[in-house]
Design a protein around this ligand. Structure first.
Ligand code: T5A
Length: 252
């Protein structure tokens, strides 16, 4: 049986109240005790946006609460417009100032994220605080300084790192249009991502590494397996934690 179908049928057995109407003949919609915050990370052009869209569709088919998609940087907000000017229009901003802008851009969404999770909506997030650290530390800013600005954001329930050799993403469409899309810089970013991955593993929050250098369907299959396990743990009442902090909000 498809793992998601298995998770759904397990969920169905556990619930005592009325289940909502099925959204598809194969997958009955489930009402999540709380939503999951699922983050996709990786180097530029590794396929995050493609996979976030596919995952959102899948979650939409199986969950009664509407899943939401966030992308950082969110270029529509006032901080996001400044970031876009820096990334795509060559505007000059001090390295530490732009780091703070990226972090502020996430904080603007933090209350909304927590509320949505507690209301049962899953959130699929295209980049998060880890990108903030990796890209700034790759410029030489101390890693711990970079981390501090994001301490206390809602903690992801699942971090999927789309792993790809820096040279491979160069071959993908539109590579090179933005400020950081240079192979030497991407290699430094990857080194910091690896350091972060190790640190997260040591504190008991391991990332799931997905081989992104395969077909879109194969990447999607690997992501789906990891997501199914994550949804189940959120449904069992895992609290909404705060990133790199001891605070948490109990699940309803
Ligand atoms: N940044 C970000 C910071 O410095 N600090 C921060 O705090 C944050 C949050 C912009 C930049 O900002 C930096 C990091 C970035 O340099 P972005 O807008 O997320 O961040 O920029 P990108 O990572 O470049 O995002 P993209 O949307 O451009 O790339 P994706 O999402 O990784 O890739 P995607 O899905 O758009 O795919 C790229 C191309 O590859 C194809 C797609 O069809 C598309 O053409 N593709 C595949 N081809 C073959 N096989 C596959 N498996 C494929 N998957 C996708």
């Amino acid at each position: 049986m498809d793992p998601l179908c298995a998770a759904v049928s397990l969920e169905k057995r556990k619930r005592t109240h009325t289940l909502p109407l099925p959204l598809s003949p194969c997958l009955p919609a489930i009402s999540m005790r709380r939503g999951a915050l699922i983050v996709l990370e990786g180097l530029d052009r590794c396929g995050k946006t493609t996979q976030c869209g596919l995952l959102l569709e899948r979650l939409r088919a199986v969950s009664t609460a509407e899943p939401q998609l966030l992308k950082f940087p969110d270029r529509e907000t006032s901080t996001g417009k400044l970031i876009h000017g820096y990334l795509a229009e060559g505007q000059q901003v001090h390295d530490r100032a732009v780091h703070l802008l990226f972090s502020a851009n996430r904080w603007e969404k933090s209350d909304m994220i927590r509320e949505a999770l507690l209301a049962g909506s899953c959130i699929v997030c295209d980049r998060y605080a880890y990108s903030g650290i990796a890209f700034s530390a790759a410029k030489g800013i101390p890693l711990e300084w970079c981390r501090q600005c994001d301490v206390g954001l809602p903690e992801p329930d699942l971090v999927l790192f789309l792993d790809m050799p820096p040279g491979a993403s160069e071959k993908r469409a539109s590579y090179g249009e933005e400020r950081y899309e240079r192979t030497d810089f991407q290699e430094r970013v990857k080194d910091v991502f690896q350091e972060l991955q190790q640190q997260e593993k040591e504190r008991g929050c391991p990332w799931t590494i997905i081989n992104a250098d395969q077909s879109i369907e194969e990447v999607q299959r690997d992501i789906n397996l990891a997501v199914d396990a994550c949804l189940e743990s959120c449904n069992q009442g895992k609290p909404v934690a705060s990133l790199w902090s001891d605070e948490s909000t109990p699940a309803p």
